[in-house]
Ligand binder design. Structure first.
Ligand SMILES: [Mg+2]
Length: 377
């Protein structure tokens, strides 16, 4: 029964704690020790399986506990017994079954797409409109409070052919940010440099500090102030020639409409964990492009399964032109959860052509890193 009319009869969950190799400081908080993700597995009547990952961060999108509960209690009843073919209906009901919990909805849509792709023997990008690129330039974030460790990381990145870095700023002090920008300008002139404050600046400090940083001519400066400070974002945009990117200010298409209307940014970071899925991520990108804004492929603290979902979305969305930041599986996690490594070649993420997402998680790793799970025997 290899058709999309078959029903979904299995729904399993794992809440994972994945050890990480370094500390990352961002404007709104830090990650150290482990990062937490939730994996969902759907099984159809013929035994085909589709996987999806939710990658929450409590200070940014939401908590792993809420994500797990959303998937386990509120979304499960919409999926069990539904037809694989009815993805749009399931996602449209999911939007109202539980408020927010965008990471859970992203994981669900990913798993539905992976399942449909595997049953139909086509890649997820083909279900999202077809492919516009075979590879996506990779940006790696420089976010270690111990900059000497990031200098080692920079050497590794250059050896691997990575040509873009994003400096995380606004978590210590302005002098630390300027020192690191000077280091990059002097020692890594071939690298494209982007700057991301992750909401780290107060509205009092933002104008002066952003003006200083703009003198280094980064590709863009991302989200200097709190998500809801739309007025200050608009003011900062007017103040500098360097493009201003919105990240935390824009979750879904509804935010994108308002951001464009209020002229708060020159571009936006699209993330499936913010938009609540790949389809809604594409919608954000298209609204941005329609308003003449550029689009970047952002991510959260993700494992390779979520990277794959983002990769397929970007592969099918020509509006996303600024590359991606799917670096965690290769440069941050002690061990990824995929059966085979998330593929990066000479600084570019490779778009998979196999059925579904093109790779699947290693079940022994899911069990090994699980702190809780709901898996049918
Ligand atoms: Mg950001």
């Amino acid at each position: 029964m290899s058709t999309l009319t078959q029903k979904i009869i299995g729904y399993d969950l794992w809440h994972l704690e994945l050890p990480v190799t370094s500390r990352r400081d961002h404007g709104i908080g830090s990650v150290e020790g482990v990062c937490e993700v939730v994996v969902v597995r759907l099984t159809s009547e013929d035994g085909t399986q589709g996987f999806g990952e939710a990658s929450p961060w409590s200070v940014f999108t939401g908590t792993p506990e809420a994500t797990y509960a959303a998937l386990n209690r509120y979304l499960r009843p919409l999926v069990m017994g539904a037809r694989v073919a009815d993805r749009a209906a399931i996602m449209s009901r999911a939007a109202y079954a539980v408020a927010h919990c965008t990471e859970a909805k992203a994981a669900l849509e990913t798993a539905l797409l992976d399942l449909a792709g595997r049953i139909s023997a086509v890649p997820v990008w083909s279900l999202l409109g077809g492919k516009c690129r075979d590879a996506i330039p990779l940006s790696c974030s420089i976010a270690n409070p111990d900059f000497s460790q990031d200098i080692d990381l920079l050497a590794r990145l250059r050896e691997d052919g990575v040509r873009i870095v994003k400096l995380k700023t606004g978590f210590k002090d302005h002098a630390f940010d300027i020192m690191r920008l000077e280091y990059l300008a002097q020692n890594c002139p071939e690298l494209s440099v982007r700057v991301d404050y992750n909401q780290g600046l107060s509205i009092e400090d933002a104008p002066v500090q952003v003006r200083d940083v703009a003198q280094f001519k980064p590709d863009f400066i991302e989200q200097p102030v709190r998500a809801h400070h739309y007025g200050m974002m608009a003011k900062l945009r007017q103040m500098t020639d360097v493009p201003l990117l919105a990240d935390e200010s824009v979750f879904g298409p509804e935010d994108m409409e308002r951001a464009a209307r209020e002229d708060i940014c020159d571009g936006v970071s699209v993330k499936i964990m913010k938009s609540g899925g790949l389809t809604r991520g594409q919608t954000v990108a298209r609204i941005a492009a329609a308003h003449g804004l550029s689009v970047y492929g952002g991510d959260m603290f993700e494992a390779g399964l979520a990277h794959l979902a983002g990769t397929h979305m970007i592969a099918a969305t020509p509006e996303i032109t600024l590359g991606c930041e799917f670096y965690q599986a290769s440069y941050f996690l002690a061990e990824d959860i995929l059966e085979q490594p998330f593929e990066v070649n000479r600084g570019e993420v490779v778009v998979p052509d196999g059925p579904g997402l093109g790779a699947r998680p290693d079940l022994s790793k899911l069990d090994h890193f699980a702190v809780s799970k709901a898996v049918a025997a």
